[in-house]
Design a binder for this molecule. Sequence first.
Ligand SMILES: [Mn+2]
Length: 380
Amino acid sequence: MSHLVKTGSLLLATILLTLVSGLVRAEPLQDGPYVLRAADGSWHSRWIEEKSEGPQVRDRTAEIGDVVSVAAIGTLPAFEVKLRGPAQPARDEIQINARTPLFVMADTHGEFEIAAQLLQRHGVIDHRLRWSFGKGHLAVLGDVFDRGPNHTELLWLIYKLEAEAARAGGGVHLALGNHETMVMTGDDRYLNPKYPRVASLLGVERYASLWSEQSLLGQWLRSKAAVFRLGQYLCLHGGVSRELMDRGLTLSAVNQTVRSALTEQTAPRGEQAEFVMGQEGPLWYRGYFREAALKGGFKLAEQSDIELIRARFGVQAILVGHTIVPTVTALYGGHVIAVQVYPHRDEQTHAPVMEALSIGKDGRMFRARVDGTRELLPRP
Ligand SMILES: [Mn+2]
């Protein structure tokens, strides 16, 4: 009897202890890999695995050509990524056949599950997250970082798709957003709370050092363009301001300026870099949107400004993210397309909400929703 009581109370104590430690233990943590170059030039892949005893740091030497694994998230499978050598600067202008289908996704902000579902439901990737868009092109209009919990997974996915798309005769093009430049230059204000924990577990003082030039993805990100022409569309995060036009900056000048601002962070920025990286620059500008312009102190762009941009860069339309719209919206007679529908879950149904812009072979534009439906984009 007393033995039974003893066993019972021991069991009770164990249950209580488990419950208490469950309450005390922080949120589960899983992240990575971060592929980083050590001082002696060797590469290391470092990642965090969630174990019953808490998050564990793993470390393995790596080489270019190796395959690293990105762990499963929610219902999405793990995927493997082959490490490539240093990325060459992304092109300012990408020539494509006018009948090439395009899929344009704006700010994903760490919402890997929602963004991957959006790509899957529209045939850009398959259930195993492999490129399935053939000769189509995917443009991502920046702000992959910050706010949500899975920007690492998203960046590895984009990195991997870039190679798969190229092999299929298609393409993936990532434009830098203000959050890419913020994270890379050490502005931690919008990081998901998970990432400062990642930094401390990996023993680095600043999260930004995991995305430095000594990081494989950090170097890759620094090769990207802030603005590029994809066929007949100008793709960028914020927008092209009148001031950028008046300064006579070319796409190449803008992109080179952003790249040097991200690689020579200790040097004082010149006047042109201050402009390009600032409010009226392509990463932050909100002058195409009446309310946001008013709130942010931007002069609302005029139709004549848009015509000037179209003529200068030889494009049909300007595709932008950054400023949130409730649904993908055509502005300025259809010459500006606002793509940024913020990825989130419906409060009541918990169903994911996000949209992208899908452009068919015939040039028709559609709102592509995360549930897989499409709707012809209404002209203003
Ligand atoms: Mn933004």
